[in-house]
Design a binder for this molecule. Structure first.
Ligand code: FE2
Length: 237
């Protein structure tokens, strides 16, 4: 099951024909077009789930234009070149990531596939007027795992700040426990049997135009104004 489309999405897909919703295209893996025509690229860049300027003033339209339109697009293009003419071209993105993780001779494929997935997950981890605090089952699990939401925010910020060089900070589910993990470069919880719930991209390209070297301010803005807790809750298993 695609990580983006858990029970809630499944229910929508089942109900969609009944209410005439044209959401069949959404049933594809992220970035995977429906039944690619011969010669068509295997993967496409998913659209942002909001307008390019929707996260201002916390993330500028200029940053999103470069980050989504150039960096994310480049990972998609590189992935398409690497899978072209191979059996990998027919696999879901998640399967490519799992099959290439930890294999030194597949590093390029893993890096680009994982970065396509990580970035799509990052866009979904944010929303305009986000931030605040989670509610319901996710809030209960955060309290149980970290001793409260403030303690979670402190630990998440610390992980994002101490990720040396390029990488990601994540809230993940592992069994019944929630954890904060940080990954380097393209590495992703998918490669470690963990379920991602929320992520913050701490590669410099994510914040340098808006915050220069002030990564801490970017992470604070992410937590206070952008984090999409409804999306995170929808990923819980
Ligand atoms: Fe990025």
């Amino acid at each position: 099951m695609n990580a983006y489309f858990n029970e809630g999405w499944l229910a929508m897909l089942i109900l969609a024909p009944l209410v005439g919703m044209a959401i069949v295209a959404n049933a594809q893996a992220p970035g995977k077009p429906p039944a690619a025509a011969e010669g068509a690229p295997a993967f496409t860049l998913p659209a942002l789930p909001y307008a390019q300027d929707a996260l201002e003033p916390h993330i500028s339209a200029r940053t999103l234009s470069v980050h989504h339109g150039k960096h994310h697009q480049a990972y998609v293009d590189n992935l398409n070149k690497l899978v072209a003419g191979t059996p990998m071209a027919d696999l879901p993105l998640e399967e490519i990531i799992r099959r290439t993780a930890g294999k030194p001779d597949q590093t390029g494929l893993f890096n680009n596939a994982a970065q396509v997935w990580n970035h799509t997950f990052f866009w979904n981890s944010m929303q305009p007027n986000g931030g605040g605090a989670p509610t319901g089952k996710l809030a209960e699990r955060i309290n149980a795992s970290f001793g409260g939401f403030d303690a979670f925010k402190t630990a998440f910020s610390e992980a994002a700040m101490t990720q040396f060089g390029s990488g990601w900070a994540w809230l993940v589910q592992e069994g019944d426990t929630l954890k904060i993990v940080k990954t380097s470069n393209a590495d992703t919880p998918l490669a470690h049997g963990q379920t991602a719930l929320l992520t913050c991209d701490v590669w410099e390209h994510a914040y340098y135009l808006d915050y220069q070297n002030r990564r801490k301010d970017f992470v604070q803005a992410f937590l206070d104004h952008l984090a999409n807790w409804d999306f995170a809750a929808s990923q819980l298993k």
